[in-house]
Design a protein around this ligand. Structure first.
Ligand SMILES: C[S@@+](CC[C@H](N)C(=O)[O-])C[C@H]1O[C@@H](n2cnc3c(N)ncnc32)[C@H](O)[C@@H]1O
Ligand code: SF4
Length: 359
């Protein structure tokens, strides 16, 4: 049974200079895109009552409430479902937030990135710090009780001090959840071909991350990149990290069902002409185990030996005893009541540690 849905809305007003996500500055295709989404959802979705629904992007807030409603009516969910929507702070009005609240959207994830206006300009964001403050204020006034802000650290000319003050400001605004991402410059974004000056090196990024953990010590650091007040974990994302099944709808969306990972076409026109096409990869038991380990170690709770042994019919501690012993004695891993997790020192070099679990 698949009880989670991700829907990708691949439109943005303009591309931010650091962003390689699949999104297009072509809002003129939105109507056609909704038709294609309807076709895809009607074909694949089996009508399960959803536990979580996530509308991500791109910029889902480019859609009108009517357009969103058209998509949402295809899905079976109720007031217990966590329904998240990603928003860009610019051009948000209180009326729009009230309209989407009436559609039963109950969690908002707003892209802030930084509260420093000069940095926002340098990275190609089209909003001001004030726009973010207004977006959060309007969200609370519209009745949302679960609001998250995204930040990037390691941005051009960003200092540990300015990043720390951003996080303190986020807390002052009263948000329940904060996501932090280290700047990554990947092929396809403007910065890849025009590298910015004064960006943080790996060491400074690590220092910023450590400072963030300290600054957000009154939040629960429940996943490598995510911090929340008690009871405000992202249930949808926990679902990914718990390696459970979900549908993925829309251009470039990924899904996971029946031990098969699939992805949709990334080219917008190709998706519009054939929204039912999926590229599938059926996972071997070893691949599933490795994914379980990778995703499990992202969580604060880490890997649960009993659960993983039962699921894969293995003895985890025996199979990986060398790696576990090595990294527990070096302080990169630590035992928990039910298994093992990364320490903060381990998180900083998690790629290296996790690669050792690969067959
Ligand atoms: C899928 S994006 C969509 C958010 C929304 N469109 C916005 O920008 O306001 C989710 C988040 O990923 C992060 N992100 C995007 N590109 C990134 C990059 N190159 N490096 C680090 N974080 C990035 C940003 O914090 C962004 O808010
Ligand atoms: S960061 Fe968000 S708004 Fe900027 S291009 Fe990427 S998806 Fe669009």
């Amino acid at each position: 049974m698949t009880e989670s849905v991700y829907i990708h809305i691949p439109f943005c007003r303009q591309k931010c200079k650091y962003c390689s996500f699949v999104s297009f500055a072509h809002p003129e295709f939105i109507e056609k895109y909704i038709e294609a989404l309807e076709k895809e959802i009607k074909y694949f979705y089996k009508g399960e009552r959803l536990k979580t629904l996530y509308i991500g992007g791109g910029t889902p807030s480019l859609l009108t409430a009517k357009q969103l409603e058209k998509i949402l009516t295809l899905l079976n969910f109720d007031s217990k479902t966590e329904v998240t929507m990603e928003l860009n702070p610019e051009h948000l009005t209180e009326d729009y937030l009230k309209e989407i609240k009436n559609l039963s959207i109950n969690r908002l994830s707003i892209g802030c990135q930084s509260f420093d206006g000069r940095i926002l300009e340098e990275i190609g964001r089209k909003h001001s710090p004030q726009d973010v403050e207004n977006a959060v204020k309007f969200a609370f006034e519209a009745g949302f009780e679960n609001v998250s802000l995204d930040f990037i650290y390691g941005l051009p000319n960003q200092t540990i001090e300015s990043f720390t003050s951003d996080l303190k400001h986020a807390k002052e605004l009263g948000v329940q959840h904060i996501s932090l991402y280290g700047l990554k410059i990947e092929e396809g974004c403007y910065f890849y071909n025009h590298p910015p000056k004064n960006i943080a090196d790996e060491d400074l990024q690590a220092d910023m991350y450590l400072k963030a953990i300290e600054t957000l010590s009154d939040f629960e650091h429940y996943e490598i990149s995510n911090f929340a007040q008690e009871g405000f974990y992202s249930r949808h994302n926990l679902n990914y990290w718990n390696n459970t099944h979900y549908y993925g709808f829309g251009t470039a969306a990924h899904g996971y069902e029946n031990n098969t990972r699939y992805s949709n076409q990334t080219n917008l026109k190709a998706y519009l002409s054939d929204p039912l096409k999926k590229f599938e990869h059926s996972l071997t038991a070893q691949e599933r185990l490795e994914e379980e380990i990778f995703l499990g170690f992202r969580r604060k709770s880490g890997v649960n030996f009993g659960l993983i042994n039962k699921k894969f019919n293995i003895n985890f501690e025996q199979k990986y005893s060398k790696i576990l012993d090595k990294y527990i004695s070096s302080g990169h891993l630590e035992r928990t009541e039910y298994g093992c997790k990364l320490t903060v020192k381990g998180i900083l070099v998690s790629n290296m540690i996790l690669s050792e679990f690969l067959d």
